[in-house]
Design a protein around this ligand. Structure first.
Ligand code: AN7
Length: 359
């Protein structure tokens, strides 16, 4: 039989493990089923015996892992008869909420920090028709406002404090297990609100409890140095980092994430902006994989911990690449010091430029 059934998204695939009914109208854009790519060149060059994979969540419909949670959150909001969703966002949640609300035919309101959201994400929220409220404040202030306004306005919050979000996001762990036929030894993620690390742990734990695997990974959460409340052990008020997606000082899943650390015998660490950008560039140049800066935090941290032996040789490691590189073209271009070469539209100059640059 040369044909397989059309892939129709993660709710259809994992229906038995998600809180939906047979007659629930599913709001899906075919999210999930993202590639788990084994890195070749980076492990070889760093000279470590390591089985290193990236889970390329940037290949979800709106370019980030948020779609896994949003398909569930919007499906349930529509099931409950809600006509509008709202979120605060550093960018990806707003892009995803805007798209899934459009798909559902309901309204989306998004609060974003003025001047601190990557261009692609802003474009997405706008083109999908969300009402974009740019606040003169950061994500944490936006989140507080969203919680307040939702108390007496008919809008459903679709940030990760909405429990259906984490239910959807746990499916990434299912997919990894199905591909590796076991759980990895270590799973590294960038951490902002810590919803995603918590959701992955739920997924891994569920497959362990149901006897599908007999191991769980140690979970490692990396934060940007300027926005690292887990490392400091306390919330921070003025987070700052080039990785705007994780420019968060008051994580919403604070308690959950500490339980993940304890339960998995994992740890939190920080990466500087320089380390984050270097990892992003390494991945694009050595493996052909383009993720946004925040996403590269998982790889930046993992490479450092592999190098120091904290992640021992022989381990299998999965790094989640949470968002696509095209989300933030400005930061990518700014990283390429050489820029582009301008030449006259004539054979001579074009040939000269090629010869000069042949290694
Ligand atoms: C690319 O969009 O919080 O630790 O408002 O966009 O689950 O918060 C984004 C978070 C990592 C952190 N990588 O995940 C938002 C938002 C990317 C992200 C995170 C985000 P959590």
């Amino acid at each position: 039989m040369p044909f397989r059934p059309r892939y129709t998204g993660l709710i259809d695939k994992y229906r038995d493990r998600l809180p939906v009914h047979d007659d629930t109208r599913i709001i899906s854009l075919g999210e999930g089923n993202t590639p788990l790519i084994r890195l070749n060149n980076i492990p070889r060059e760093c000279g470590r015996d390591i089985d290193l994979y990236v889970k390329y969540e940037g290949l979800n419909p709106t370019g980030s892992f948020k779609d896994r949670g949003m398909t569930m959150a919007v499906t349930k909001a529509v099931e409950d008869g809600c006509k509008a969703v709202i979120c605060a966002s550093t960018g990806n949640t707003s892009a995803s909420a805007a798209a899934y609300a459009a798909r559902a035919g309901i309204a989306a309101f998004v609060l974003i920090p003025e001047g601190k959201i990557a261009l692609g994400k802003l474009a997405q929220a706008m083109i999908h028709g969300a009402v974009v409220l740019q606040i003169r404040g950061n994500f944490d202030e936006g989140m507080r406002l969203v919680k307040e306004v939702a108390q007496n306005t008919p809008v459903t919050i679709v940030n990760s404090i909405n429990p259906f979000r984490l239910q959807g996001q746990k499916t990434a762990a299912f997919e990894i297990i199905e591909e590796l036929e076991r759980a990895p030894d270590f799973h590294c993620l960038p951490v902002g609100n810590a919803g995603n690390i918590s959701a992955h742990w739920m997924g891994y734990s569920e497959y362990l409890e149901h006897g599908i695997v007999n191991n769980r990974p140690r979970m490692i959460g990396y934060q940007a140095s300027g926005a690292a409340p887990f490392l400091r052990g306390a919330m921070i008020d003025n987070p700052d980092t080039v990785a705007t997606a994780i420019r968060i000082g008051h994580p919403q899943s604070w308690e959950l994430a500490w339980k993940v650390r304890e339960g998995s015998d994992g740890w939190f660490d920080e990466c500087s902006d320089e380390e984050i950008l270097a990892a992003q560039k390494l991945l694009t140049e050595k493996e052909g994989i383009f993720c946004e800066p925040a996403s590269a935090t998982s790889l930046a941290g993992a490479l450092r911990d592999i190098d120091s032996g904290k992640i021992p040789a022989g381990s299998s490691v999965v790094c989640t690449l949470t968002g696509h590189g095209l989300k933030d073209p400005d930061t990518a271009i700014r990283q390429c010091a050489g820029g582009v070469i301008s030449v006259d539209a004539a054979l001579g100059p074009v040939r000269d430029a090629i010869v000069e640059n042949l290694a």
